[in-house]
Design a protein around this ligand. Structure first.
Ligand code: BGC
Length: 433
């Protein structure tokens, strides 16, 4: 750990997602995926952290962390239980939750799509059918009309690249498809839908006369891919292009690039984000493998680096590298929309937080305009295929009795949120070898 200071006005927060914490919803694609027995430890998102019934308690947790802002997602299947039928009850619930944040001086940052969809949308063919995106856009319009007086800051899609990779290429997540060609169609649909949603959010807020500057973006999972051999290096570039570049250039600039259908044309000319949202976790070494089903590559770890509980490399410098890369290219403010670690015993998280934030501070001191950092995540939650066996929380959550307990790293994070710096005293108290 090393001392650092973040500039005045820098905002710090936490990030969560509806299916991962709320529990109780049977109308979304992950509910069905759990019912079908895909979750490694047999757990189920129907439980999660029961956050739907514990909004007040969980707002208190946020207060204890001294966060300036909180990123949460809305569950589309709750808000629109049937096509074209919206639930006043669900929207009132979210209104109440957001008002609670505001009452406690926490700026709400709202994600509209975080890996889950209503079952009816999936049954219609999801994003593989061009005509279906209108349903998502109607949901966006409805939500912004209902909540746009309270919320200025929006994320359209969380990690479209991870969603497409696991849901449409490798079939490990809902909707369980395995088709590269189909996935390219989905890429194009998500790009076009993001751009339309960007326009809708801006225009609804403007036409309704809602106060405050509207800020819209998407949260992109950005990894560092590197190769060791010449083949590995070439493959790393290809993976970077397919996994990241297609979405970055598509969603930010409206470019539909090769090999997406109708590539070479510019869907529209402009810039369709107000910030670059980066979810940064790790780095991978790309190696060639003779296996068409894994697209001729595998992602390896670096033996030299420390790992989190899931075996991911801990590489704090990477957060600096990705911010620099995208800031130099797009010259837009950067929000770290997620960064975190699965660490059940909290042995590595204090250092993880300090070292990643030190790199953020370094980037800022070099003129890279990073404005926010959201730690993933508030409390242990339903971690997709890992179920209840990954531990990303600043609070431990006991899923049996729903008791939340702050981890030491939560205490450290709370102090950094308050002071916007890491001091010698904090290092003495929290440094782990
Ligand atoms: C996702 C989260 C997830 C986290 C940790 C991100 O890719 O947005 O939903 O829990 O990583 O795996």
């Amino acid at each position: 750990m090393e001392k650092f200071a973040l500039p005045e006005g820098f905002l710090m927060g936490t990030a969560t997602a509806s299916v991962q914490i709320e529990g109780g919803d049977k109308n979304n694609t992950w509910y069905k995926w759990c019912e079908e027995g895909h979750i490694k430890d047999g757990s189920h998102c129907i439980t999660a952290c029961d956050h739907w019934n514990r909004v007040e308690e969980d707002t208190e947790l946020l207060k204890e962390l001294n966060v300036d802002t909180h990123r949460m997602s809305l569950e589309w299947s709750r808000v629109e239980p049937k096509p074209g039928i919206f639930s006043d009850e669900a929207i009132e619930h979210y209104r109440y939750e957001i008002q609670l944040l505001i009452k406690n001086s926490i700026i709400p940052f709202v994600t509209l799509h975080h890996f889950s969809e209503p079952l009816w949308f999936d049954e219609m063919g999801g994003w593989t059918k061009e005509e279906n995106s209108r349903y998502f856009l109607e949901y966006v319009q409805y939500v912004v009309e209902k909540l746009g007086d309270l919320v200025t800051d929006w994320v359209t899609f969380n990690e479209p690249n991870v969603y497409t990779k696991f849901g449409y290429i490798f079939g490990m997540w809902p909707p369980g498809k395995r088709s590269l060609l189909k996935s390219f169609k989905v890429y194009t649909e998500l790009i076009k839908t993001h751009i339309k949603a960007y326009d809708i959010i801006h225009s609804v807020r403007r036409l309704k006369g809602f106060k405050g500057e509207t800020k819209v973006g998407f949260a992109m999972h950005i990894r560092i891919f590197c190769g060791i051999s010449p083949v590995g290096k070439t493959l790393a570039k290809a993976v970077d292009y397919l996994f990241q570049e297609l979405y970055m250039e598509g969603m930010i600039r409206g470019k539909i690039k090769f090999p997406l259908p109708k590539n070479g044309y510019r869907y529209c000319r402009g810039t369709y984000v107000d910030f670059i949202g980066i979810n940064y976790y790790t780095r991978n070494i790309v190696e060639f493998v003779f296996s068409p089903s894994s697209l001729f590559h595998s992602l390896k770890c670096d033996k030299e680096l420390e790992k989190n509980d899931l075996g991911w490399d801990i590489y704090p410098k990477g957060i600096y590298q990705v911010c620099k890369k995208y800031y130099e290219r797009y010259k837009l403010p950067i929000y770290i929309t997620e960064n975190g670690i699965s660490d059940k015993n909290d042995e590595k998280r204090p250092n993880f937080i300090a070292n990643h934030l030190a790199n953020v501070a370094k980037a800022i001191s070099e003129g890279i305009d990073i404005q926010r950092y959201y730690h993933w995540t508030l409390m242990d939650n339903f971690e997709w295929l890992e179920g209840e066996s990954a531990f990303f929380g600043l609070y431990h959550c006991n899923f049996k009795n729903q008791i939340r307990t702050m981890r030491p790293s939560g205490k450290l994070y709370g102090m950094i949120c308050k002071e916007k710096k890491l001091t010698e005293e904090m290092i003495k108290e929290f440094q782990r070898n």
